[in-house]
Design a protein around this ligand. Structure first.
Ligand SMILES: C[S@@+](CC[C@H](N)C(=O)[O-])C[C@H]1O[C@@H](n2cnc3c(N)ncnc32)[C@H](O)[C@@H]1O
Length: 207
């Protein structure tokens, strides 16, 4: 099965939000790292593969400007209908992050990826994802990752995943990024099954 727009649109069109295998009612693990970033509420935050996550509503309510990305148009339509943007602080980007982003996209201060990168299993796709991140993230900005750990599940959403250590994420980011903080986190999915994740926050100190 391919991790393409058709696949993800089918999931988001046919599944209640709270039944999604990655649904979160609260975001304390992400917030623990986010709170290490000075003045993140004033930042422009890129939410990679945001799906229909309530993290978007929460960050918006705190004052952040958001670039909301997903491969799934269905997910973004649902989220757009829910997140009423009265202040013009959102930008919507339906795009597959394993393909190059256009140069005209603006820069961002923070990049957050929960459970997106690990769906890229081809080396070329992973390399392009990181090129996209480096092309959009300001020097002085931060990249926050939450991915299945090396002891984590081998599949999600009917797809094989690539599992990560913090070291591997660091190596793929390359020189110019420094690890700020990391921890292991056990997410319990709506079926009650444990899903071990790594959480890691990096600061971009130079290009
Ligand atoms: C497991 S869900 C996580 C959703 C959200 N980040 C969260 O924590 O609730 C994976 C998300 O990544 C999106 N996705 C998968 N592959 C993608 C890609 N190549 N580019 C952008 N988004 C992608 C899916 O549509 C889905 O919304």
């Amino acid at each position: 099965m391919a991790s393409d727009q058709l696949h993800w649109n089918s999931i988001f069109s046919n599944t209640e939000t709270t039944e999604l295998g990655w649904f979160e009612a609260e975001f304390s693990a992400t917030e623990k790292l986010l709170n290490k970033i000075p003045d993140w509420e004033e930042a422009t935050i890129f939410l990679a593969g945001i799906g229909v996550s309530g993290l978007a509503d929460k960050l918006y309510a705190c004052g952040a400007s958001l670039v909301l990305n997903d491969i799934s148009s269905s997910a973004l339509e649902q989220l757009k209908a829910r997140l009423q943007d009265a202040d013009g602080r959102t930008e919507w980007l339906c795009h597959d992050l394993s393909t190059p982003l256009a140069d005209e996209n603006g820069k961002v201060d923070v990049w957050i990826d929960r459970a997106v990168l690990h769906f890229l299993t081809e080396e070329a796709d992973i390399a392009t994802y990181f090129e996209n991140l480096r092309s959009m993230l300001n020097v002085g900005g931060y990249a926050l990752f939450a991915e299945f750990s090396e002891t984590g599940a081998k599949q999600c959403a009917g797809l094989s995943v690539k599992r990560y250590s913090t070291e591997e994420v660091a190596n793929r980011l390359g020189a110019g990024f420094e690890l700020v903080e990391e921890f292991d986190h056990e997410y319990i999915n709506p079926s009650g099954s444990p899903r071990p994740y790594i959480y890691a926050l990096f600061k971009r100190v130079e290009t």
